[in-house]
Design a binder for this molecule. Structure first.
Ligand SMILES: [Zn+2]
Length: 356
């Protein structure tokens, strides 16, 4: 006789409880036709472990993260009287409650064939559950991180887990020209929309971009996770490093702090160091410019190279939100990637804003 052996991580999974307010609700019927509640919750929990902690549930391989140990029970309630989509809250030591609106399930049942409708509703339920379960496991800068950052992390996990809703698009806000009153014929200065932490898909795609491209930046512009206190300006070494990726194949390297990219009337881009007095303009990216490199020598590598892979930035960000209070003045992005948040956002917008 064979005895079934439970997978190794079963003991650390939280207990799942499940309530349905109205079994006759069309949303409840759709839920049961498409979803196995245990499998869906387990998948969401494991996605959270994977992307927030890089932990695959195998005990002994690496230590069980503290946040994973602390969640003892997750109760999912499908609610008939609730508007909106879903929300999550703590309801005691180690207890989490996820409330999910049945109306939203009904509204997601869309598509031109029965099969497409069912796929859509299934993926929507799984995606919303991933988002909500991330809230059960993520750190939040001791309660002080902005809501947009928290929501962006939850939706980026949803994105990494390949469950984005079809209406999500990787589009950055495009910014606008702000005319200079003294030079009325000039197109004026280009101003980006700096609202990176609006949350949800906007923040999620920004994080996804950092996470996916970070490893393609030159070694010296990446910080090591062991060396997160470095405040040295981001620099790259011209000798031996790959040329900056071309705009068509990969996003361009973020600009060092204080630099902006503009377009010459000939169509060629040029770069301006706005912190120099007078501002200095050059044709090449500052990371290829001798004068810039001379003034900002590459720091000698310290510590071992970071492990490289998708999800690494994300894990570092979550870990950083565990350790300390969120301070709006401090730049976690600079600390983790060696690029100031503004420079990252600007590079991202330059690549993904819709054409003007
Ligand atoms: Zn949320």
């Amino acid at each position: 006789m064979h005895v079934a052996v439970a997978p190794a991580n079963d003991w650390i999974l939280p207990q799942f409880d499940f309530h349905v307010e109205d079994l006759g609700h069309p949303g409840a019927k759709l839920f049961f036709s498409q979803i196995n509640p245990y499998d869906a919750l387990r998948r969401a929990v494991e996605a959270s472990w994977k992307w927030l902690y890089g932990w695959d549930g195998r005990v002994g391989k690496n230590k069980v993260p503290r946040a994973v140990q602390s969640v003892k029970r997750i109760t999912l309630t499908l609610r008939s009287t609730m508007d909106g989509v879903a929300h999550t809250f703590g309801s005691g030591e180690g207890e989490k409650q996820v409330h999910f609106a049945l109306k939203h399930i009904v509204n997601s049942h869309q598509g031109d064939t029965a099969e497409k409708k069912n796929t859509r509703v299934r993926e929507e339920i799984l995606g919303v559950l991933v988002h909500e379960i991330v809230h059960c496991y993520q750190y939040n800068g001791k309660g002080k991180a902005p809501g947009g950052l928290i929501e962006g992390i939850a939706d980026c996990v949803r994105l990494h887990d390949k469950l984005p809703p079809p209406h999500w698009k990787r589009v950055a806000p495009k910014g606008k020209h702000v005319p200079d009153p003294e030079r009325p014929n000039d197109p004026g200065e280009w101003k980006w929309d700096w609202n990176w932490d609006a949350g949800y898909e906007r923040t999620a795609y920004f994080f996804d971009w950092i996470d996916s491209t970070w490893q393609t930046w030159p070694e010296s512009s990446r910080n090591t996770l062991q060396n997160t206190t470095s405040r040295s300006p981001p620099v790259t070494s011209a000798a031996g490093s790959a040329p900056p990726p071309s705009a068509t194949s990969m996003p361009e390297l973020p600009l060092p702090y204080g630099w902006i990219k503009q377009e010459h009337e000939s169509g060629h881009p040029f770069y301006v160091d706005t912190r120099a007095n007078p501002p200095r303009s050059i044709w090449t990216h500052p990371c290829e410019d001798e004068q810039y490199l001379k003034a900002n020598p590459s720091p000698s590598p310290s510590g071992p190279s970071p492990p490289i892979g998708k999800g690494l930035f994300f894990r570092a960000l979550n870990a950083r939100l565990e350790e300390s209070d969120w301070e709006s003045e401090a730049d976690l992005f600079l600390e983790l990637t060696n690029w100031p948040r503004e420079a990252l956002w600007e590079a991202y917008c330059a690549d993904y804003a819709p054409p003007q």
